[in-house]
Write a protein that binds this ligand. Structure first.
Ligand code: SAH
Ligand code: SF4
Ligand code: F3S
Length: 445
């Protein structure tokens, strides 16, 4: 067994990658690698990568060049993990800095790969995808700073095949994790002092676990939410991502029934144009999406709704773009992640649809979308002024060491004077003012 080796891991991409890095830290800790906080101290540098857009990949290529400089001055090994490892395989291995390439379902093999690298000096690659791996039995080593809120992966992969998206290719088919292991992980987190868990999946609404010993015994996402909500009344439960084609009313009823299931739904719409949604293979229309929004507002009236939007997908016209702006005005999302379409090699869109919206048009449309959303976010936050909200304190404000920050159940960040309170506590905050991104207020009894 390797002894006293230090491991530095750098993570890009989504929350699932954050969780996966914590899984990797755990697997390698059992093999004698201790996590360290600085690249300079590391014997092994791992970079957990994202392929969702080209700029995510470009950043990693830049990092690999930095690691190469590092390798010139001392003995350090470099491994590339995650989605880009899965997508680019040999191409990554041929970068002179790279010793190991490991796809998202191969992390249990990392100790063996490192040993073979050590013994033979030869670089190692494994990008096999699995239809079973959920890392259910591995207890992640947490990397969050505040020890208040953390992630739990409930499923892996995706079966949806949105035409623009690389995820199904790099993460493989969808599989749901055993609910008992999810509940146990939530219980462990609660016992360790955490007060919020974020349940993660590419499409949580299609979570469906079947007992391998009795296929008639199943647990769906609405049931899983309840099981996790029952761990403790003061453990908040969040989840993402919901899919408009699959989000049933059951999830909304679970949310309405348990006060500790947070009133926030991330429901990516991608476009306001039915023609674009068809071309994206999203399998819902704007009418269907609006039906989901109406149900959310009926069953969980306080819920915040956030979304993802792509500007400039293949053949998008000005009319399609205006339909997106119109939809945003109709729904009035609390906030949104907004992107320019980035063609991903191998996806259906890359194979069949020309990436024909000029770059400057994409940029202009994206800017219009961002501008509209920030005015809507500001309006939404202003509606909170005068109201009192329960906030779970996460840490000290970056701007002011005498202030704390936390989130409302609806996932709005709130900053307020500390008055002796500490992370992990719940306080009631009366909102006095806001920006488009933050609520500002004071503690009330
Ligand atoms: N599973 C989630 C989202 C995963 S990726 C869902 O179905 O919504 C997060 C977001 O990245 C997507 O919602 C989409 O808005 C964006 N995205 C995915 N592929 C993209 C691409 N090729 N170009 C630009 N944005 C993309
Ligand atoms: Fe990508 Fe669509 Fe799957 Fe989301 S649901 S990960 S956008 S293929
Ligand atoms: Fe996540 Fe990026 Fe992979 S968004 S699933 S790390 S492609």
């Amino acid at each position: 067994m390797e002894k006293n080796k230090r491991l530095f891991i750098e993570t890009y991409g989504c929350q699932m990658n954050v969780y996966d890095s914590e899984i990797v830290l755990s697997i390698l800790a059992n093999d004698g690698y201790a996590p360290c906080d600085s690249l300079d101290d590391a014997d092994l540098i791992l970079v957990n990568t994202c392929s969702i857009r080209d700029n995510a990949e470009q950043r990693v290529w830049g990092r690999l060049d930095c690691f190469l400089q590092e390798k010139k001055s001392r003995d350090v090994k470099v491994g590339v993990l995650g989605c880009m490892a899965e997508r680019l395989r040999q191409e990554l291995l041929s970068h002179p800095a790279v010793d190991i390439v490991a796809g998202p379902d191969t992390y249990r093999e990392l100790p063996a790969m490192l040993r073979r690298l050590e013994e033979s000096g030869e670089s190692q690659i494994n990008t096999t995808l699995s239809l079973k791996e959920t890392y259910a039995d591995i207890d992640p080593i947490r990397t969050d700073r505040n020890r208040v809120s953390t992630f739990i992966s409930i499923m892996r992969g995706c079966n949806n095949m949105c035409t623009y998206c690389i995820v199904p290719y790099v993460r493989g088919g969808e599989r749901s994790r055993d609910p008992k292991s999810i509940v146990r992980e939530a219980e462990r987190m609660y016992a360790a002092g955490y007060r919020e868990v974020n349940l993660l999946g590419q499409n949580v609404d299609s979570y469906l676990w079947k007992n391998p010993d009795n296929m008639t015994e199943t647990v769906d996402f609405a049931q899983l939410l309840e099981l996790v909500a029952l761990v403790a009344p003061d453990l908040r439960v969040r989840f993402s991502t919901s899919h408009p084609k699959d989000m049933g009313n059951g999830v909304l009823y679970s949310m309405a029934m348990y006060p500790n299931i947070c009133t926030h739904i991330h429901l990516p719409v991608q476009s306001g144009s039915d023609r674009m949604l068809g071309k994206m293979n999203r399998k819902y229309t704007i009418a269907g999406y609006m039906d989901r929004i109406d149900k959310i507002r009926e069953i969980v009236p306080d819920a915040a709704v956030t979304t993802d939007i792509i500007a400039g997908f293949c053949s998008e016209t000005e009319e399609d773009h205006l339909a997106t702006l119109e939809l945003m005005r109709r729904v009035r999302f609390d906030s949104a992640f907004m992107f320019q379409y980035s063609e991903r090699p191998g996806t259906k869109a890359a194979r069949h649809f020309p990436d024909d919206v000029p770059h400057e048009v994409k940029t202009r449309r994206l800017n219009e979308i961002i501008e509209l959303q920030s005015s809507i976010s500001l309006e939404r936050n202003r509606e909170c002024i005068g109201g009192t909200y329960e906030v779970l304190i996460e840490g000290t404000s970056k701007r002011d060491s005498n202030s704390l920050f936390g989130r409302t159940s609806s996932n709005k960040v709130c900053v307020f004077p500390a008055l002796g309170h500490r992370p992990g506590e719940y306080v009631n905050i009366k909102v006095e003012s806001c920006t488009s991104a933050t609520l500002l207020g004071n503690i009330v009894e």
